[in-house]
Write a protein that binds this ligand. Structure first.
Ligand code: NAD
Length: 376
């Protein structure tokens, strides 16, 4: 068995600590040390997890017993920390977004190539089994073409006081860049190349804070995608919904880390078999059976051949936090198995980090070109 990779955490905030807890469960990793600008927080994290405390990033990067660092600091710090870590010969798992803009992200990628180190980005969504099922459904074409896909994210902002770095685009990049990259990456993975059609932003009245963004993208010849992100809800009202309308059915999911999926489909018996193979643990409820002429309806000026309508429910038993943790571990496992084995295909690469950022940067700029809404 390969020796475990030795890991150091830079940034002991909410997400860095969550990932650390997950990584400590992985036999492929030995967690060694932590650091943070906030010394008290770094010491507390080190004590709680029985790890070494490093007084600074420089001190951590000098350690010979660390192979890979996880950058879990705010976005504006990613580029310089990644360049320093790569220069010091460490592999880097960088939090999303890879950087604040594509130019900086490409600089990071070049440095990783120069130093022959792994650089990757923690875009975990592709490791969600339901997101993988969407990919399989799209690829199989069992539901025909995807025509419309939308994500509506009405997120809580209880943990985001006005002075939080999240609201400052110079630190976070803004909502499309800080948060939207997850979903730009996923839609591109599902639907292929696209074109940004429009983007909008809304400022919270009486403040400079942009708390709502929206954009529309066309994928290929016929898929329209839209993304809405608003950070304005009470914790108890935090909600996300996904909807994909195909020619032969509609797929819905809820939660930003989706934990359940429902399909309402009208299919032939063979089509239904394909769905059952893609979602083997799903529950299928047949709601209609078709006979005679009813088996040959048409849509989009094409004849269809159908035997039944059914509602398919998948994801039973997935609990959000446990699933989130599993996705975090699966991404890390996939990445480290590529170290020393460069031919191995990874689920997510730094190129996806750059590409998702290109979408987000374009949407950010397009939205910002609109005149600002008058402040009442
Ligand atoms: N992949 C995901 O699903 C996911 C989820 C949540 C957050 N994130 C990302 O993780 C990153 C951190 O988010 P968070 O919510 O944990 O933020 P946070 O503010 O809770 O934590 C950031 C920590 O970094 C420290 N820090 C800042 N600059 C530093 C520096 N130069 N050197 C050392 N420490 C420094 C801060 O003191 C703080 O403790 C962000 O990029 C965010 O987008 C990713």
């Amino acid at each position: 068995m390969k020796k475990p990779l030795r890991y150091g955490l830079i940034g002991c905030g909410g997400f860095g600590r969550f990932c650390l807890g997950e990584y400590q469960r992985m036999p492929e990793l030995t967690c060694v040390a932590v650091t943070d600008n906030d010394e008290a927080l770094a010491r507390k994290t080190a004590d709680e997890h029985h790890l070494a405390f490093c007084p600074s990033v420089e001190a951590m990067l000098k350690r010979g017993d660390i192979d890979l660092v996880h950058l879990a600091t705010p976005p504006f710090t990613h580029m310089n920390l990644a360049l320093a870590a790569l220069e010091a010969g460490k592999h880097v798992l960088c939090e999303k977004p890879l950087a604040l803009n594509v130019m900086d992200a490409e600089r990071m990628v070049r440095k990783a190539q120069e130093r022959n180190r792994l650089l990757t980005v923690n875009l975990i969504m592709r490791h969600n089994p339901l997101c993988q099922a969407v990919k399989a459904i799209v690829n199989s074409q069992v539901l025909g073409a995807p025509l419309y896909a939308t994500l509506v994210n009405a997120a809580q902002d209880e943990n985001l006081p006005p002075a939080h770095w999240f609201w400052d685009p110079a630190k976070s990049g803004g909502i499309f860049i800080e948060h939207g990259v997850h979903f730009f990456d996923l839609f591109e993975w599902w639907f292929g190349a696209g074109t940004l059609l429009s983007a909008q932003e809304i400022r919270r009245p009486g403040t400079g804070i942009v708390d709502q963004v929206h954009c529309a993208v066309q994928y290929g010849a016929m898929t329209l995608g839209t993304f809405y992100h608003g950070f304005h809800q009470m914790r108890s009202r935090d909600e996300q919904s996904w909807r994909i309308i195909f020619e032969l059915g509609t797929l819905t999911m809820s939660e930003w880390v989706p934990t359940c999926m429902e399909l309402d489909v009208t299919l032939s018996n063979e089509g239904m078999e394909t769905i059952r193979k893609i979602l083997p643990d799903s529950e299928v409820r047949v709601t209609d059976l078709y006979f005679g002429n009813d088996q040959h309806p048409s849509s989009r000026h094409r004849n269809r051949s159908v035997d039944l309508r059914a509602v398919v429910s998948a994801g039973a038993g997935l609990e959000k936090k446990a699933l989130y943790g599993r996705m975090v571990r699966d991404l890390m496992r996939d990445q480290i198995s590529a170290i020393g084995n460069p031919g191995r295909q990874r689920m997510i690469t730094e190129a996806n980090g750059v590409s998702s950022l290109a979408w987000a940067e374009a949407a950010h700029q397009m939205a910002g070109q609109r005149p600002l809404s008058p402040v009442p």
